[in-house]
Design a protein around this ligand. Structure first.
Ligand code: GLA
Length: 758
């Protein structure tokens, strides 16, 4: 067998069989010689390159179906494909659809060549895997259409270090005169040979994002999507297929996500022979890209993983990938500033004196960054106006923003500012000067959301105008951090900038405009830390993480609700990207009273901060908060670099728990929470994971409110992984009378830290 062998890609040159492999995964496909189509052979846990591949080909005689050649086995309906097209003997949903000048959709893309290039693909401003990885290798397969000068380029990237395959597709029009309509262009499609899977995904709504749902597949289609102009609160661009017997810790799980923040479709289709087609990419709803002569269209990258170590294996592969190849490296190792945000402290009601009082208190407690949220611009005393008028409100801040920022800097705090760059209110000069920059058809109904409208970011002039306003402020004011919000979705989509024929390009061009603004701001202000937000977690995705290294996970700041939200987000996103704050009680979203210790013990497993009026708290609470901040600073390196283990789910347990462990430093942090307090409780123990079995550790229970140790025991790793931490131990208190015991309470939490014993 003649082979082309890069370290990670083995190709049988005669038979055109391609095997991408590393120590963890294998991905195998071939060219069908008779028809030039690509056939999927295997994706799963690593196998050696097969000696022969013929036995991997699945065929049966199916005379009743449409066939490509003269036999009964060539129907694409029954072939597991790599990048299928609907209607060409395959009646399942395709990965792409091209409308030809005659109005037909009949394509015939055949294998032409392959190419292997080192490294990841550089997709410009479209988020993509990045940073040097000397083992990363990309295989590109070129398919040539038989009926036009169109080409499809399928890209596959694999590297040594992680169980990840990156897939994306480029459509190229080599014609010099003719345009084609690309009406469906998913990032990938994959046919798996059986249907014995559960579909697992994250759904939600405002203030209840990232809820995990798991259902067995059925024959037919199950889909998640967003056609809202952002990836949305409703469905995260992520889906997993898990064997029904797979659990958090073991069993086969496939995961897929997108480096993209706009409309998307994730779909699983089970056909009548139990083949499962999974696909993910830009939503085809109202998508119609005019592929002009000599132009190309690049899909977002889809990130695929496969693990036999259950959901944990999948999550750790995604989290490591995001940390090492998506998030800006400057923010991966560097400690994130611990912030105070004034939103839930003041809402729109503030002036400079009030803000400085809050900042002084924040500094006294050793916080790092003061974030001024919504309400500092135009005449914004409510959410009813001024968006797009990014000039300071002289009534609230008569001395101006630079003055406020300087005063805050003088206190020893960094200064951060809220923007909602994509939005426009009708009462602004910008709306009066450029009504054509507002998304909507001039002669038709246009709805508002939170009293506001959306700027047409598919129009570069609108993006530049917002860039100029923001850059002016960022140049004149010392700003270290920007919170970039996006508080409504796009409906009645219409761009006055695009031609009638190009309206189907609007949603993608819009999000590319958003990325362009991020790109320009970061090029001009490279030190800026940006936190993305969309009414909480309405645009929390891999595309945003490329530009904004942290995202505000939810407007629901209640610690108990946050257990689910942060747990759900951890299915794929690293803790260091999940914004989590301690807020006031009664909680502003649900009215719940939770202990200050629990609020911090939940938020510390994210990008930590405070969002409450520190000036109104009793002295005892301030002392506690100061200790909590010291603790958070101490454990921050662990939160940033450690692996996350979900121990008990808040979706199914009254006592959820999780663990972060850094195998290099052998430090760990474990959070255990009790939602409701039962009378006469059961015995509880917490079995830890990922430790070094032979290692002797100091296991200490932590009092986060005093940044102190309650008790310490010396234990071996194997003890903790097999016996666990025993949580009922009132035997130590032999003298105690049941009736004199400390009162139990709802919403309690306990924290444990692990350190290696020298
Ligand atoms: C959104 C954000 C909040 C806050 C408000 C301000 O809801 O998610 O954190 O910034 O907007 O209007």
């Amino acid at each position: 067998m003649m082979t082309t062998d890069s370290q990670l890609i083995t190709i049988d040159n005669q038979n055109l069989v391609f095997h991408l492999h590393n120590q963890q995964i294998s991905y195998l496909f071939r060219v069908i010689p008779e028809i030039g189509q690509l056939e999927q052979l295997y994706f799963g846990p690593a196998i050696q390159t097969p000696i022969d591949y013929h036995h991997l080909i699945v065929r049966d005689l199916r005379p009743a179906d449409n066939q490509l050649t003269g036999d009964y086995t060539s129907s694409l309906e029954h072939i597991q494909q790599e990048y299928p097209c609907f209607g060409t003997t395959d009646f399942r949903q395709g990965a792409y659809a091209i409308k030809y000048p005659d109005g037909d959709y009949i394509s015939e893309f055949k294998y032409q060549k392959f190419e292997i290039t080192p490294g990841y693909l550089n997709l410009g401003e479209l988020p993509h895997a990045r940073y040097h990885d000397e083992t990363a290798t990309t295989l590109t397969i070129t398919l040539q259409d038989a009926y036009s000068p169109l080409q499809i380029l399928l890209h596959y990237t694999i590297s040594q270090e992680n169980a990840i395959i990156i897939r994306s597709t480029t459509f190229r029009n080599l014609d010099t005169t003719t345009s084609y309509h690309l009406q469906r262009a998913l990032s990938f499609s994959l046919d798996l040979p059986d249907a014995n899977y559960d579909l697992l995904h994250l759904h939600g709504a405002w203030a209840k994002e990232m809820q995990i749902e798991r259902r067995h597949l059925m024959t037919g289609r199950m889909a998640i999507d967003s056609d809202r102009g952002a990836s949305s609160h409703q469905h995260n661009p992520f889906l997993a297929l898990a064997r029904p017997d797979s659990t958090e810790t073991q069993g086969l799980v496939y995961g897929a996500t997108l480096l993209y923040s706009g409309n998307f479709l994730g779909q699983v289709e089970v056909d009548n022979y139990d083949v499962t087609r999974i696909s993910l990419g830009i939503s085809p709803t109202q998508f119609d890209w005019l592929l002009q002569p000599q132009s190309k269209f690049q899909t977002p990258e889809a990130i695929l993983t496969c693990s036999q170590a259950g959901l944990t294996g999948m999550s750790q592969a995604f989290q490591t990938f995001f940390r090492e190849h998506v998030i800006d490296q400057r923010w991966v190792d560097q400690p994130k500033p611990i912030l105070i945000n004034n939103w839930e402290a003041t809402y729109f009601d503030f002036d400079e004196a009030k803000l400085l009082k809050l900042a002084q208190q924040a500094k006294a407690l050793d916080l790092d960054l003061f974030v001024l949220d919504d309400g500092w611009f135009g005449h914004r005393d409510s959410d009813n106006g001024s968006l797009g008028n990014w000039s300071v409100d002289n009534h609230k801040l008569p001395a101006g923003l630079p003055h406020l920022a300087n005063e805050i800097n003088k206190l020893g705090l960094k200064f951060g500012l809220w923007f909602e760059p994509e939005m426009i209110s009708l009462d602004t000069p910008l709306a009066a000067e450029h009504p054509e920059w507002i998304i909507g058809h001039p002669a038709k109904r246009r709805s508002h959301g939170r009293n506001q409208y959306v700027l047409d970011f598919s129009n570069p002039a609108a993006v530049t105008a917002i860039y100029n306003q923001m850059a002016k402020i960022l140049h004149s004011t010392p700003i270290d951090y920007v919170k970039w919000d996006m508080n409504r979705y796009i409906s009645e989509a219409f761009s006055n900038y695009l031609t009638a024929e190009q309206q189907g390009e609007f949603y993608h061009r819009y999000i590319m405009g958003v990325y362009h603004l991020y790109h320009r701001l970061l090029a001009e202000f490279p030190e800026l830390l940006i936190e993305s937000c969309a009414g909480g977690g309405g645009r929390f995705d891999g595309g945003m993480l490329y530009y904004a290294s942290q995202g505000w996970a939810s407007d629901d700041t209640d610690a108990i609700e946050r257990l689910k939200i942060q747990y759900g987000a951890s299915l794929l996103y690293p803790l260091q990207s999940i914004g989590a704050h301690v807020s006031a009680v009664p909680n502003h979203q649900v009215g719940r009273l939770t202990p200050l210790s629990t609020r911090a013990a939940v938020a510390v497993f994210g990008t930590f901060g405070y969002e409450l009026d520190l000036t109104k708290l009793p002295a005892a609470d301030l002392t506690i908060i100061k200790a909590q901040i010291q603790f958070a600073k101490r454990v921050q390196p662990l939160i940033q670099k450690g692996q996350f283990y979900r121990l008990k789910s808040p979706f199914t347990s009254n006592t959820p728990a999780w663990e972060v462990y850094d195998a290099f430093t052998k430090n760990g942090l474990i959070g255990y929470y009790q939602v409701l307090s039962p009378a006469n409780p059961d015995y509880q123990r917490l079995v830890l994971r990922g430790l070094d079995p032979k290692q002797k550790y100091q296991l200490s229970e932590i009092d986060i409110n005093h940044n102190s140790i309650i008790s310490t025991v010396e234990v071996f790793g194997d003890e903790l992984q097999n016996i666990g931490i025993i949580l009922n131990k009132d035997y130590t208190n032999k003298a105690a009378e049941y009736w004199q015991r400390p009162q139990p309470y709802d919403f309690a939490s306990r924290l444990f830290q692990l350190k290696p014993t020298e």
